[in-house]
Design a protein around this ligand. Structure first.
Ligand SMILES: [Zn+2]
Length: 287
């Protein structure tokens, strides 16, 4: 039928509208603020790694490191090299995590942010390597570490090599932890698989955005394995907060200030001052 060629999302004219997964409302893309929240229900839409950096760190403070660390197709996996080429072209970064130095409310940090648009934020050798280097930088320079996670899990195209990154990242983070390093992990929608089961979950403070899917295996797999219905809200931030796996749920618009306050607490700074700066900024915005 003629209309069938419009069924695919990519054939929608210009992609002007986006449907809210939270309440089903159609949102005109131009109506999105920088936070990309649903104006009706507050649903947090996915945002890109660079948008995340802009929302979180002090202006122009992000200094990217290791941007040249790129994927190696060691298994010669069919179609993988081409897929990576296309994805690099689309995303503008070499891999599914951006890493570097930055500052939040004036506090210097080692900062990492995963890019879900890059093959579902999957973790292969390059992602593991960059997370390790970031933890090692934080250790060497005595910086707190902040990582925003968004991942579908380990990258199947790299087989066991991708699974080894779970141990590798946790090893680096354990050395950082033993040296009394301070690590904040922020779980965003979705954080799953090998990333949840490794570096995302071994932080001193684990924050999550509202309504984020966080888990190891997906709900469908668990349901089929257990042969029973899962509780309501299973694997969402709010459920995990209740179970103690997440320390605090922080709406996107408050994350920057929350991280600033935590950095102040951890480094002997003044969290009240961070709060005051945040209030000033909010007042200015309201005027
Ligand atoms: Zn909504």
């Amino acid at each position: 039928m003629a209309w069938s060629r419009f069924k695919k999302k990519k054939n929608m004219p210009g992609g002007l509208w986006e449907k809210c997964e939270g309440c089903g409302a159609m949102i005109f893309r131009k109506d999105f603020s920088a936070l990309k929240l649903c104006p009706d229900c507050g649903h947090h839409f996915s945002i890109g790694a660079r948008e995340r950096i802009e929302l979180t760190v002090d202006e122009s403070s992000f200094n990217e490191l290791w941007a040249d660390v790129s994927t190696v197709d060691r298994l010669d996996f069919v179609g993988y090299a081409e897929k990576i080429d296309r994805t690099v072209g689309k995303c503008g970064n070499n891999e599914a995590v951006l890493t570097g130095r930055a500052a939040v409310h004036g506090y210097s940090v080692a900062f990492g942010v995963m890019d879900f648009a890059f093959l579902g934020g999957s973790m292969g050798v390059a992602v593991g390597e960059k997370i390790c280097r970031l933890a090692e930088l934080a250790l060497a320079e005595g910086l707190p570490l902040v990582i925003f996670c968004a991942s579908g899990g380990a990258r199947m195209h790299e087989g066991a090599l991708s699974l080894m990154q779970m141990a590798k990242t946790c090893g680096a983070l354990q050395r950082f932890h033993e040296a009394s390093g301070f690590y904040i992990s922020v779980l965003t929608n979705p954080t799953t698989g090998g990333v949840t089961a490794s570096f995302a979950s071994v932080a001193d403070v684990i924050l999550a955005e509202p309504g984020a899917l966080i888990g190891f295996a997906g709900p469908r797999v668990i349901k089929e394995t257990l042969k029973q219905d899962l509780p309501k809200g299973f694997q969402r931030s709010e459920f995990l907060l209740e179970k103690g796996q997440v320390d605090r749920i922080v709406p996107r618009g408050e994350l920057r200030n929350e991280i600033g306050k935590l950095l102040a607490y951890a480094t002997g700074g003044d969290p009240v001052a961070v709060g005051a700066v945040a209030e000033d900024a909010a007042d200015r915005e309201a005027e």
